[in-house]
Design a protein around this ligand. Sequence first.
Ligand SMILES: Nc1ncnc2c1ncn2[C@@H]1O[C@H](COP(=O)(O)OP(=O)(O)OP(=O)(O)O)[C@@H](O)[C@H]1O
Ligand SMILES: [Mg+2]
Length: 783
Amino acid sequence: MSIYDTLNPVQQEAVFHTDGPLLILAGAGSGKTRVLTHRIAYLIEEKGVNPWNIMAITFTNKAADEMRERVDKLVGFGSESIWVATFHSTCVRILRRHIDFLGYDTNFTIYDSDDQKTLMRQVLKKLDLDPKMYKDRAMVSAVSAAKNDMISPEEMMRRAQRTEEYRQITVAKIYAEYQKQLKSNNALDFDDLLVKTVELFRENGEVLEYYQNRFRYIMVDEYQDTNTVQFQFIQLLARKYQNLCVVGDDDQSIYKFRGANISNILNFEQEFPDTRVIKLEQNYRSTQNILDAANEVIRHNKGRKEKKLWTDHGAGELVKFRQFDNGYDEAEAVVMDVLKLVNAGECSYKDCAVLYRTNAQSRAFEEACVSHNVPYRLIGGVNFYQRQEIKDILAYLKTIDNGADDLAVQRILNVPKRGIGQTSVGRVTAYADEHELSFFDALQAAEQIASLGKAAGKIRSFVNTIMVFRAQADYLPVHELIESVLETSGYLEELEANEEEEKALQRRENLEELISKAADYEDSAEAPTLSGFLEEVALVADIDSLDQNADRMILMTLHGAKGLEFPRVYLCGLEDGLFPSYMSIESDDASDLEEERRLCYVGITRAMEHLTLTAARLRTVRGETRYNMVSRFLQEIPPLLLDQKENLTYRQWSGYQDGKEEKRRKQESSVSSFGVGKAAGAGFGGSPSESFGTKTYGKPSPTAFDLPKKSPVTPASSIGKTFTVQKMDKLDYQVGDRVKHIKFGPGTVERIEDAKKDFEVTVNFDRCGVRSMFASFAKLKKI
Ligand SMILES: Nc1ncnc2c1ncn2[C@@H]1O[C@H](COP(=O)(O)OP(=O)(O)OP(=O)(O)O)[C@@H](O)[C@H]1O
Ligand SMILES: [Mg+2]
C-alpha cells in the first residue's frame, strides 16, 4: 500500500496535480494540510523533483516544523533541503543575502512590536506631535496597515494631499519619518520584511529570477490569511513556472486586522487563469455533533461560499455547555474537569486545550492550574521574549552584534545604573542627529560633546564594556557570551540587590532559560553566530513553543489555535461583549462581527471528540466588571446539539458582598432571553443545588507560586546548562536550625530537599510564615 492510498480520491487528485496553479478550498479538518505534505512527498518520490526546488509556506514556525516532520516521515531522504518556512523567515533569509541592493546593510536588526512603539514615540517627539492626538499604538497600526497594502510613505502622502485632511497628511509624515529612522538604525519591522523583499524582487530582475528558478514548486497553507503584500510576494515568485498550490478556507479567515485580504482567494483565479480548483468535503477531524455545531454557527455569515462538510466519525457526544458566576469559577471548573479526567485515565493533559478570545482571560486559568498543580503551557500572553530581563540582555547582544540599533543601545545605556541620565541621552541624540551618526557612534565620540561634562567618562566606560564584549563575541559561544554579559555588566548584581527575592528568582530562571535557548541554538545551527541567534529569536512567535509531546494542558487564544487539533477543547468566555467583542458588535461594519464568527468556527473545529463551551455571567475586563449575556454564537447552535438543551442551567446565585444584590438580581433575570430557565444545576459533575457567592481568589499557596522548579518554561534540556543557580556542596545549616534571611528576618528551617539544580529550603519565618526558596538565592545565615 502506498502512502497515497491513505487519501480519499479528491485528496489524491490534488496530490497528483503537480504542474500548474491549484487552489484547494475546503472547510476545517478536511485534510488540506495533509494534502500539502503528501504532495511534497509525491513531487520528490514520484516526479523526481529536487527537494531543493520545493518551497512550502506555513503560518507559524511551529507549523513549519510540523510539516517538515511529517514530510520526513513520508520521504526517506532530502526533506531537509525543502524550504519550509513562514513568510517572515523566508523573507529574512532572502534579505540577509540581498538587501544591500536596497541600501541596507545585510546585518539589519528586526524590530518587534515593542521596539516599534518605542521608535514611534521617538518619531512623534521629533515631529513635535501631541501624543494624545497621535497615539503611538494607533500610529504603528496605521503604518502597518499601509505596508500590508503595499502603500509607500510617498503614496500615502499623495493620497492624503488629495483629501486635504490635516490628520491624514500628518500620519503620512509620521510614516515617512518612521521609515527614515528605521533605515538609519539599519532595522526592519515585521511588515518591512515582506515589503522590502517584494521591493527587491521588483527592482532586481536577476535576484527575482534566481528565486523563481530555485522555487519551482510553491505551496502555501492557510492561504485565506495572506495579505496583499504576501500575495504579491507569491505572485512574483510563481510567475515564471506557475507551479503554485494554495490551500485555504474562507470561513477561517481571521486576520483581517493584519490586512488579510479575502479577495486574494477570489483574485487567485484571475491572476492564474488556468487554475484548477479542488474542494474537499469530508472532515476527518471531528465528530458529527461538533461539525454540525460549527456549520450552524458559520451559516449565519452572509456572502460566504457554501460548503458541505461531512464526517463518518459518528455523532459522538453532545456539545457541553456550562455557565458560571464569574471567570474564576469558569477557570476553576474547567481545570478541575481536566484533572478529574486525567486522574480517571480518560485522557492526558496535552489532549486538552483551553481556547479563549483575549490574552487577559488566561490569568484565571493559569491560577487555577497552579493551585491544583495541573501542568500547563501558556501560548501567547506575555511572550518570553517580551519580558524585561530578556529584552535587556537581547539589547546587549544586539549592541554587541550591531551598534546601529539605537533603540537597543539606549535601552541598556543605563541598565544596570551607571549614572547616565536622560539629559545626557538627549545631548548624545542631538549630537548623533547633527553629525548623522548612529547613537552608538555618538557615544564613542562622547569626549567631543562638551555639554556632557562628567557624564562623558561614564559613557566612555560603557563603550569600553561593549568593546570588551565585542572582542569576546569573536571566540565565545553565544551562551557563554550571555553569561559574561550578565556577570561583567553588573546586571545580575543589580537584579539581586533591587528585586524582591521571588521576582529575582523568576527573572534569573528566565535568564537561565535564555542561556539554554542559546545553547540549543548552538547545538542545532550549522554555523552558529550571534546574528543568527538574534535572528532566530526575532522570528519565534510564542506559538512555536508549543511542544506537542510535553504532557501539559494547553492555554491559548483562538487566533493561536489555527490549524491545530485537540481531542478535547474548552472554548471559554462565550459572552456577548467578550466574544463577539463589543467593538465588533458596535461596529458599523457588519464584516467585523462576521470575522468574530469565523473565529468561533475556527475554535469549534479544533475539537476532535469533546467540545465544551463555557460562559461567565460576570466578567471583569480591565478592572471593569460587566454583566454579560451568553454569546450570540452559542445561541446559533441548535439546542439539540447541546447536552443541556432548552433547560440550560447555571449555578444558583447567592448574592454579592457589595450590597448591590437587588440591582444585579434584576439584571440577572433579564438573561432569560436565551431561554434559560433559572434552575439550579452546576459544574461539570452536574451536582445540583450548589450555591455560592462571589469568591475572592487570593494568590495561590506560596509554595506553588514561589518555587518554579517545575516551571513550565524550563525544558529538561536546560539542566546541566545552568550557571546562575550554582548548587552549594554543603549548607551550613540543617533542619531545625535558626537562620536569618536578609528580607524576611529570622526563622526556623523546616525542610531541605535536593532539587537537582539546587537545594530547596523551607523556612518558617517568625514574621511572615513558611516560605520555600532555593538555597543559593536565599543566602541564609545560621544564627
Ligand atoms: N484521508 C484521510 N484519512 C485519514 N485521516 C485524514 C485524512 N485526511 C485528513 N486526515 C486527518 O484529519 C485531520 C485534519 O487534517 P488537516 O489538519 O490536514 O486538515 P485541514 O483541512 O488542514 O484543517 P484546518 O482547516 O483546521 O487547517 C488530521 O488529523 C489528518 O491527519
Ligand atoms: Mg490545516
